[in-house]
Design a protein around this ligand. Sequence first.
Ligand SMILES: Cc1cc2nc3c(=O)[nH]c(=O)nc-3n(C[C@H](O)[C@H](O)[C@H](O)COP(=O)(O)OP(=O)(O)OC[C@H]3O[C@@H](n4cnc5c(N)ncnc54)[C@H](O)[C@@H]3O)c2cc1C
Length: 295
Amino acid sequence: MIDRLLSPDSPFQKRFFFLAKRFVAGETIEAALDAVRELNAAGMTATLDFLGEDVLERGAAIKTRDAYLDMLAKIRASGLRTNVSVKLTAMGLLVDEDFALDNLEQILERAQANEDPFVRIDMEGSPVTQVTLDIFERAFAKHRNVGPVLQAYLKRTPADVERCIELGARVRLCKGAYNETPEIAIKEMADIRQTYLQSAKLLLSEGIYPGIATHDRRIIAAVKAFAKEHGIGADRFEFQMLYGCRPDVQRQLVAEGYRLRVYVPFGTHWAGYFYRRVLERRENLFFAVSSIFWR
Ligand SMILES: Cc1cc2nc3c(=O)[nH]c(=O)nc-3n(C[C@H](O)[C@H](O)[C@H](O)COP(=O)(O)OP(=O)(O)OC[C@H]3O[C@@H](n4cnc5c(N)ncnc54)[C@H](O)[C@@H]3O)c2cc1C
């Protein structure tokens, strides 16, 4: 029943898109490109995510891959400053690893023609952490325009940070958005913040152009201070934030001369993404409900 309720064609989904619209740029690529145009005009870059995950059929994965190929062509034609983010479970990872790698590689090849050819592999829940990093490394051996996301709440992450530095890979560092067990994940926010900062500092001083993905003002302040103290220029890293989250801080960072990339999700499969945003912050539920009045 839940599946039916959350399917993109269900009346529930169609009726309730207005709730998600603060965090999701729209249901079509055109709507997403309009959002990117506004971000670019405000001095920000973007990464576009065609929503969808946990695909269990080859046909659905191929459709998503083709949507990415089409998206890359449209980005190129538009001249907008954005790259793309993909989820490997949407590329068919749960069907077959080689199949997902092949889909990813087609995207990496097509992206080479774009002004910003970079493709970010989002990180999903812990059942696919290792395989996601394995596929990333296999792709990276042939294509340099790809990089992973590492989640600071995972106890394994410091070792993954070292590995990415050794490889010379561009990392996006985030706290992590899935509900993981205490065996593999740090649960206390103060501890997550501390390990986030340790990894961020290492990536800033020894890594390649890290993406500091957070809305946490304490981390942002600490990263700025560390970069200044160590003579790390604002062109050697970028802050990253989610579409619709803390637009005031986004604007402020740009005004201060920092690079800011906004993660812009779009598409009809918005439910899973939207619920993760609502579960992680009560403010996000407030924003969603208050959007009823902005409609
Ligand atoms: C660009 C980007 C890409 C991401 N990609 C992934 C991914 O691939 N895989 C993954 O697991 N997770 C991903 N995430 C999500 C991430 O892991 C966190 O779940 C999410 O960013 C929340 O953590 P936070 O550090 O931003 O802030 P939080 O821990 O939610 O909040 C920390 C503090 O920030 C402030 N704050 C945060 N949000 C708001 C708000 N809306 N309004 C007002 N104050 C606020 C508050 O002061 C709060 O105390 C991504 C996040 C970003 C920004």
